[in-house]
Design a protein around this ligand. Structure first.
Ligand code: DP6
Length: 316
């Protein structure tokens, strides 16, 4: 029996990927920049077992749905493989968080698959293939700040030191989202009147973000990230039909955070394809900001994470 086990963390985009210029080749319309969070991850074990007549996929102790089975199997077919496999994947992303686990899932599958199928790809080539599982997963393949250029299949680490930052994840809603990010971004791109404006704006934001990362300028990083995320949500709201992931509870929290910002508290927020809010802070401010957040967020719904590491093979 041949086996490989890999771990990968989720990543949060400071500048978002929201829309494909080329759906078949998964080429994004915007440059996205992210970093991984150490607290939330997926561990995947892939085994080549004798006598398998088809792939067996087990996610969180259950057989994968038909849809997931089909997606993961065709993703594995991108590797030069000659065997069926058993894939066992455990998400350590709280179900309630509604955080995108597809990024950590596909990044861990790709890392384990490379090892078990003995594929001779560089990390860059592997990251590029990973985007076919889920675009954002490709960014979980690197340490530090990671950039995926618009119109490109190239995902790379930005060579700058990591800042001493952290992120609070606010768990707002337990319900599964009504529409997947894949579908929602396609509708937005096709129908939203301000989508092109957001894409155009993001060109300058990407240049400014990279410069801010090089300059270690936390405030510019935070401001750009917040503007970009709010802008992305306006493109969805302007779509037909409108897509509104933010709930009234998300909006309540956003107003409170803006109020803290007005008072000079150094925090910035971002949201993805769901109602949860992620709050970027400098790690040195953790205690004081946590106590401020507790005034309007139930401590049980608040989780803190530091930046994590790239997807990797583990031996345990
Ligand atoms: C809002 O990576 O889930 O999280 O490539 O279609 O699988 P597919 O989309 P996915 O989209 C992520 C969207 C986002 C922003 C981001 O992570 O950049």
């Amino acid at each position: 029996m041949k086996q490989a086990r890999a771990i990968a963390n989720i990543n949060i985009a400071l500048l978002k990927y929201w829309g494909k210029f080329d759906e078949i080749n998964v080429l994004p319309t915007t440059t996205s920049i992210s970093f991984v969070l150490d607290r939330f991850y997926t561990i995947t074990t892939i085994s080549i077992l004798p006598n398998l007549k088809q792939d067996v996929l087990i996610i969180n102790n259950q057989l994968a749905s038909m849809d997931d089975h089909q997606k993961i199997t065709s993703f594995l077919d991108r590797f030069d493989r000659h065997d069926y496999v058993q894939v066992v994947s455990e998400n350590h992303v709280p179900i309630k968080a509604g955080l995108a686990s597809s990024a950590s899932a596909y990044a861990s599958i790709a890392t384990a698959a490379k090892k078990v199928f003995n594929t001779h790809w560089t990390l860059s080539e592997l990251a590029s293939i990973t985007r076919f599982g889920s675009g954002s997963a490709a960014r979980s393949m690197f340490d530090g700040f990671v950039k995926w250029n618009a119109y490109s299949d190239c995902i790379e680490q930005i060579h700058a030191p990591m800042l001493d930052i952290g992120m609070f994840v606010v768990l707002v809603d337990a319900n599964p989202k009504k529409i997947s990010s894949r579908e929602a971004m396609a509708i937005t791109k096709q129908t939203s009147w301000n989508y092109d404006v957001w894409v155009k704006k993001s060109v300058q934001q990407a240049l400014d973000m990279e410069a801010a990362i090089m300059n270690q300028d936390f405030h510019v990083i935070g401001q750009l990230s917040q503007q970009n995320a709010l802008g992305m949500h306006t493109t969805m709201m302007a779509a037909d039909p409108p897509i509104i992931y933010l709930s009234s509870e998300s909006m309540r929290i956003i107003h409170e955070l803006l109020h803290l910002q007005d008072q000079g508290v150094a925090l910035y927020f971002t949201m993805d394809a769901g109602p949860n809010i992620k709050i970027l802070i400098q790690d040195q401010d953790r205690e004081i900001i946590e106590s401020l957040l507790h005034q309007f967020i139930d401590p049980l719904n608040l989780m803190y994470s530091k930046p994590g590491k790239k997807a990797r093979i583990i031996h345990e």
